[in-house]
Design a protein around this ligand. Structure first.
Ligand code: GDP
Length: 617
């Protein structure tokens, strides 16, 4: 039987809805009230901004964190960030017109800027991530690069795996993150941390562009990171680099040789051929990007990985993005903090300081942070603890919710509505894309940053967090891990099985006439282990309840290979011979559905209830 449910429904991870301050300001009067006009001077500190807006500096710090900026009370913040924060807090914030800046102020600003940075900026090594389809040779390439280009003086050192390493290429350093794949890349970005400067896309010359290659391309594009293509396995007789080049063109990556701007280097990770050339090209791209940092300021950066070691306590690999981290520094790291007791390089050598783009293993952090957490050095423990508290409070919903899109467009926050589209079959992608393209208004346009077929996976959710996108599932459902992640990160996943409804929802969201929709709240998930016949009444499924609960009378979707095959109601629930009302996770039971019986072992039942959407006031 077909899926009878055709209305727009939504799975909103964070049902714990919160109205964001920015929305408060734009509701009711349809805009920002004029009395909240504020001119933001150039070079403003957190304390000054707090005073200007008559708010506590904690509120300002929280809003900064939501915008991915960590700053202490006396730290100067860039004008555009200050304006963004003020707008987020409901002010009509404007840049100060140049003429309004007094000469003295301009001089002071210039001096502060030059003292702070300009004169002390130094070139820093590029940080590179390797992405590509499984088995195309990412790990082999990472190993080959490391073995042949150990930083001078460190040859013979113990090869540690700390999540990143540095190599030397003609006297210049390159840092590689050695967790390959776009999941790690996007997971970092989802936490607001852009660790990568350059992405290397590995494509096997015998296999060509594959689904994960396309995913990687989309993730890199969404991040706006420059890309170098490594066409790998050219030692194989069946290698066909020309085919790879033309396939790349189909995904709008036109290589230099064909008049585009994408560098493609043929290599063999196995024999080492071409690797030197690849590294040289990475340096060329790095030079164009003019990567700089100021090693003379307190260190800050991002967590690459972290774990607990039974002897050494918390061990975290930090990548320094700016400044210098030294032994003895007090660091805030994500939701925790600590004093650096000891540091080790990527070859396990004790070091006392780590400069920009250097990965180091750090001991002395209180709790285990998460990859992608940011860190910064602070003056003392007291400041660190206060910062950790504001950080903990600042975590709110991250992604947009379709119902809010219009409000954020009118508040000037959204110009592009980012969408990720997952469909059951490839054939559905084109018609949906074509219809979506026509939807832009003069205020906002629709941008589909990724499409794919199959179920909605964790990578999709991470990409949604990183790009503030909404996920549209057309006959596609999330995998359990992806659903939990969406819940935690507050990503809006919406389900459709009629193209018209999907297009109509997006159109209404852009025009501000989206009715409150019905949300699907997940109640439980069960796996079908067996199918048995129940006499005249047809067939029932023997299931294992893996999560939540199954309740008689609840709505349930039957999922097969990521697709919805039926949407029905639980009409019977049995535990051994007893009719029961409800079964909880960890139990086995028999399930009968209204008007549906074509179960297959391996199917998943997803129980849910429908609720009217709406942000809790
Ligand atoms: P990953 O999944 O992208 O990390 O791929 P791996 O690095 O694990 O490589 C997958 C397989 O391809 C392994 O068996 C490698 O030995 C092989 N491989 C990787 N690079 C090359 C290459 O340049 N030439 C050949 N012939 N085999 C390669």
């Amino acid at each position: 039987m077909t899926n009878r449910h055709s209305g727009p429904t939504r799975f909103r991870g964070a049902v714990k809805s919160q109205v964001r301050p920015s929305l408060l300001s734009s509701q009711g009067n349809g805009g920002v009230s004029a009395d909240k006009k504020v001119i933001i001077p150039r070079s403003v500190t957190v304390a000054q901004l707090a005073e200007l807006l008559s708010m506590s500096h904690i509120e300002i710090i929280k809003q900064l964190i939501r915008n991915g900026v960590m700053a202490t009370i006396n730290q100067a913040i860039p004008t555009e960030i200050a304006i963004k924060v003020a707008r987020d807090l409901g002010f009509d914030a404007q840049d100060s017109p140049k003429s309004a800046v007094s000469a003295a102020q301009a001089l002071a600003d210039a001096r502060a800027e030059s003292q702070e940075d300009a004169g002390q900026m130094r070139a820093r090594p590029p940080v590179v991530t390797i992405l590509g389809h499984v088995d195309h040779g990412k790990t082999t390439l990472l190993d080959a690069i490391r073995k042949s280009n150990v930083v001078a003086g460190e040859a013979g050192g113990m090869t540690q795996h700390i999540g990143a390493y540095q190599v030397d290429q003609r006297g210049q350093r390159i840092t590689f993150l050695d967790t390959p794949g776009h999941e790690a890349f996007t997971a970092m970005r989802a936490r607001g941390a852009q660790a990568t400067d350059i992405a290397v896309l590995v494509v096997a010359a015998d296999d060509g562009v594959m689904p994960q290659t396309v995913e990687a391309i989309n993730h890199v594009k969404a991040a706006g990171v420059p890309l170098v293509v490594a066409i790998n396995k050219i030692d194989k007789p069946e290698a066909n680099p020309e085919r790879v080049k033309s396939q790349l063109g189909e995904h709008s990556l036109v290589i230099e040789e064909w008049g585009g701007d994408v560098i493609a280097v043929p290599i063999s990770a196995k024999t080492g051929k071409g690797i030197d050339d690849l590294l040289d090209n990475i340096l060329v791209v790095a030079e164009v990007a003019e990567l700089k940092a100021n090693p003379h300021r307190p260190g800050e950066g991002v967590v690459i990985e972290a774990r607990v070691d039974s002897n050494r306590g918390t061990v975290a690999t930090l990548l320094v993005k700016n400044g210098t981290v030294k032994v003895g520094d007090t660091l805030v790291v994500g939701n925790t903090w600590g004093r650096v007791k000891a540091m080790f390089s990527d070859v396990g050598k004790p070091v006392r300081r780590a400069e920009p783009s250097t990965p180091v293993e750090v001991l002395g952090i209180e709790k285990v942070p998460v990859a992608g957490d940011k860190f910064m050095a602070l003056a003392n423990e007291k400041q660190a603890k206060a910062m950790v508290e504001s950080l903990a409070e600042a975590r709110g919903p991250k992604g947009p919710v379709l119902e809010e899109v219009f409000a954020s467009i009118t508040a000037g926050k959204t110009r592009e509505l980012n969408l990720i589209l997952k469909t059951d079959v490839q054939g559905s992608v084109e018609p949906i894309l074509t219809s979506l393209e026509g939807l832009g208004t003069d205020k906002a346009s629709v941008r589909v940053i990724h499409t794919g077929t199959g179920s909605i996976n964790e990578g999709d959710v991470m990409l949604a967090v990183a790009s503030k996108a909404i996920i549209l599932g057309f006959n596609s459902r999330p995998e359990p891990g992806a659903r939990r992640l969406a819940e935690g990160e507050g990503v809006d996943i919406r389900f459709y099985d009629v193209i018209y409804n999907l297009i109509d929802d997006i159109r209404k969201a852009l025009e501000g006439i989206l009715e409150p929709t019905i949300v699907e709240v997940a109640e439980g998930r069960a796996e079908v282990r067996a199918v048995f016949s129940t006499g005249k009444r047809g067939k029932a499924a023997g299931v294992f309840v893996a999560e939540g609960r199954l309740t008689r009378g609840s709505q349930v979707k039957v999922m097969r290979k990521g697709k919805v095959v039926a949407d029905s109601v639980i009409s019977g629930l049995r535990h051994f011979k007893d009719d029961v009302r409800e079964m909880l996770a960890g139990t086995e039971c028999g399930v009968a559905l209204q008007d549906y019986q074509d179960f297959e072992p391996g199917d998943t039942l997803q129980a849910y209830r429908r609720e009217k959407a709406g942000r809790a006031a």
